[in-house]
Design a protein around this ligand. Structure first.
Ligand code: PGA
Length: 220
């Protein structure tokens, strides 16, 4: 594969990714830039709502996000899994429970993302299926802030398992064993239907499809 990419130098790559995908995309971009000298990259990190807006306006070459909605004139390929788990401070009494009932957990305060976040939408849809709602919430725009708030004991959170590897290793966050969790989601590479990718964008797409799963498994 290294041989194939040697021909492409230079070019401008414009990629936008969901906030939760940023954790592996920056690593991938670093490696890709090492292999392709002289390229210019524009990376935007934002929520699902903004990503769909950008696609509508033909801004990025491609987007990495959760499952795109139907009927937006988009084409997508599934990249890899993205399990959403319930997290708590390691001092939380729930960490001693073997299996928690969903309704038990829902009586806690939850730190949640802003409206327009794909993660938030997925959580709401999932718990509604079991006739549950978050009764007490604290809303924050960034995944990073949510992790800090949960660590500080402000409440529970529901985040992508792939975004908390350093915190789990360091024992700063714990994953709770809750019925009906994790929520099984997937990341996708998404672009406009019929989009003609530049050579560098085509190369990046191939690179991401092949390499992304390794980056996540390794918890880099
Ligand atoms: P978001 O990302 O929560 O930052 O919107 C995830 C997604 O697109 O589903």
């Amino acid at each position: 594969a290294m041989e194939e990419c040697k021909g492409i130098k230079g070019g401008h790559l414009i990629v936008s990714v969901a906030t939760t995908a940023n954790y592996f995309v920056t690593q991938l971009l670093a490696e890709f830039s090492r292999q392709h000298e002289g390229i210019n990259v524009t990376l935007d990190v934002t929520n699902r709502h903004m990503l769909l807006d950008q696609l509508e306006n033909h801004e990025p070459d491609m987007v990495i996000m959760g499952e795109p909605p139907k009927g937006y004139n988009l084409q997508s390929e599934r990249l890899m899994d993205n399990p959403l788990v319930v997290i708590a401070s390691p001092n939380h009494p729930f960490t001693h429970h073997k299996k928690l009932k969903l309704e038990e957990v829902m009586t806690e305060r939850f730190i949640i993302r802003e409206k327009g976040s794909g993660t938030r939408g997925a959580i709401e849809r999932h718990i509604h299926r079991f006739n549950q709602v978050c009764t007490s919430t604290l809303e924050m725009r960034s995944n990073e802030t949510i992790k800090h708030a949960v660590e500080a004991g402000l409440g529970l959170g529901i985040v992508s398992l792939h975004t908390i590897q350093p915190e789990l290793k360091a024992g700063r966050l714990a994953v709770l064993n809750v019925e009906h969790f994790p929520i099984r989601r997937h990341w996708h590479i998404v672009m406009r239907k019929g989009k003609r990718l530049s050579p560098i964008a085509q190369e990046f797409k191939r690179f991401v499809m092949k390499e992304a799963p390794h980056y996540v498994e390794a918890g880099k």
